[in-house]
Design a protein around this ligand. Structure first.
Ligand code: LLP
Length: 433
């Protein structure tokens, strides 16, 4: 199977983190998000250990919590000694509400409102990752009024094409994010930040894209960023304390997807960073990386119950499930691939057929996946599993068609427990007047 936490038991049922998924579907109902808590910890450890080895003790991975944001995950990040990347006051609130040490939180986004800035400062946020001059001025003004000196990083665009899908490519010069090195705006902004009384410029950030499998993308962006750090030292006498290389390591959704050994890749980036710092004559800044997807994706799975199986002879087949784009909008948005299996029929040796797995929302675009091979015996009541749904599923879910969001169950050491309750119809209509 695509990940080592997935298997099949003697009953021919799919297991996840050692637990029978068909039993879980019965116990909690469907749709159901599953999260393998042990896998999340294992994924964190890869970053914690590899980054320390590659960049030294001052290095720290920040979990990009946009990938999956809920109280329990911030508790896990706190316990693991990870930092976090947050992008909204809602994420700040959630992290703070479980006592996450906010000095290790970095507030991103390309357009923080004044209310966001005030809220995050009230929460004693560690750093703002500042995107542009308007934002910098707004933060400086609010910090000055409060009589504080606010730590910031500047988000820069190194001008790199990460060769991924357009919606997640962010490092190119024309990106909506950051200030471009190539156009001179990055230097201008850095010099301006250095002169602001209420701002402490701690360093620089870049994030070139998501679902990246090529180490070279990280090496090249590190090179451009380090050269910028060197220029800032030589031209402006500025010492960079922190260099954040962003997130983006890819995960496998299909068996045919490429693999990347994240540990080996981080060590490769580390060797480059060390040698390049020596070559250009700078101290190596404390390195940050911001993995989101690669921390949570393979720790997730979604279970559904099959409703209708529709065969349109000579055209196509549909297997419709009791969830869809409301709990996983990624196929509708990006055409994202997923591995889909019939969890209660893993040992079915009979005929198979190719079907489109469709959701229950009232629109044709509500598709979970096209061209899925399933047992021809597929029928109402079967349990269908979509694998590797831990990233950007729950966090992008909606109440379209007034569907309540499904619960999330965490699996740890063979035990299961609710970490997010399923919404009720009352919840969905809560703010209607
Ligand atoms: N840091 C920054 C500044 C980011 O913008 C992102 C992702 C990350 C880190 C984490 O990247 P990751 O390690 O997860 O690739 N909704 C899209 C993904 C959007 C990614 C946005 N930024 C999807 O479902 O594919």
């Amino acid at each position: 199977m695509i990940c080592n936490n997935i298997s099949v038991n003697g009953a021919g049922h799919l297991t996840f983190a050692g637990v029978d998924t068909v039993e879980l579907a019965k116990k909690y109902g469907t749709p159901l998000y599953l999260t393998d808590g042990d896998k999340i910890r294992e994924n964190c450890r890869v970053y914690l250990e590899a980054m320390r080895e590659a960049f030294g003790e001052a290095a720290m991975p920040l979990y990009a919590s946009k990938a999956a944001s809920y109280k329990e995950i911030y508790r896990i990040m706190k316990a693991m000694g990870m930092g976090i990347d947050v992008v909204s006051s809602g994420e700040v609130y959630t992290a703070m509400s479980v006592g996450f040490p906010m000095e290790n939180a970095y507030f991103h986004s390309n357009n923080k409102t004044d209310a966001d800035i005030e809220y995050a400062m009230d929460a004693n946020i560690g750093y703002f990752v500042v995107d542009n001059i308007e934002e910098l001025d707004a933060i400086a003004k609010i910090a000055a009024r409060r009589g504080v000196k606010q730590n910031i990083l500047l988000r820069l665009t190194p001008g790199i094409d990460p060769h991924t899908y357009a919606a997640v490519a962010t490092g190119k010069v024309d990106s909506k994010f950051g200030s471009a090195i190539e156009t001179g705006q990055a230097e201008e902004l850095a010099v301006y930040a250095m002169g602001l009384e209420s701002i402490k410029l701690c360093g620089f950030h870049c994030h070139v894209g998501s679902q990246v499998f090529d180490s070279d993308v990280f090496v090249r962006s590190a090179e451009i960023m380090l050269d910028f750090v060197c220029m800032m030292k030589n031209m402006h006498g500025f010492t960079t304390e922190i260099l954040d290389l962003g997130g983006g390591y890819g995960v496998r959704y299909l068996d045919s997807d490429p693999t990347i050994d994240i540990r080996a890749s981080i060590l490769e980036v580390g060797r480059f960073v060390k040698s390049h710092c020596e070559t250009i004559g700078i101290e190596c800044p404390a390195i940050r990386m911001e993995p989101g997807r690669s921390i949570v994706a393979d720790a997730g799975m979604t279970l559904y119950t099959v409703g209708t199986v529709k065969r349109i002879p000579g055209y196509k087949n549909y297997v419709s499930v009791d969830g869809g784009m409301a709990d996983n909008p990624r196929f509708a948005l990006y055409g994202s691939p997923y591995t889909v299996v019939m969890a209660n029929k893993m040992a079915d040796a009979g005929e198979s057929f190719v079907a489109t797995v469709a959701g229950r929302c009232c629109e044709s675009g509500d598709i979970i996946q096209e061209g899925v091979t399933l047992p021809a015996s597929a029928t109402r009541g079967d349990t269908l599993a979509v694998l590797t749904t831990g990233a950007y599923n729950y966090s992008m879910a909606s109440n379209y068609n007034r569907l309540p969001k499904p619960p999330m169950v965490m699996l740890e050491g063979g035990n299961d427990r609710i970490v997010i309750k399923g919404e009720t119809f009352e919840d969905v209509a809560r703010y209607d007047v």
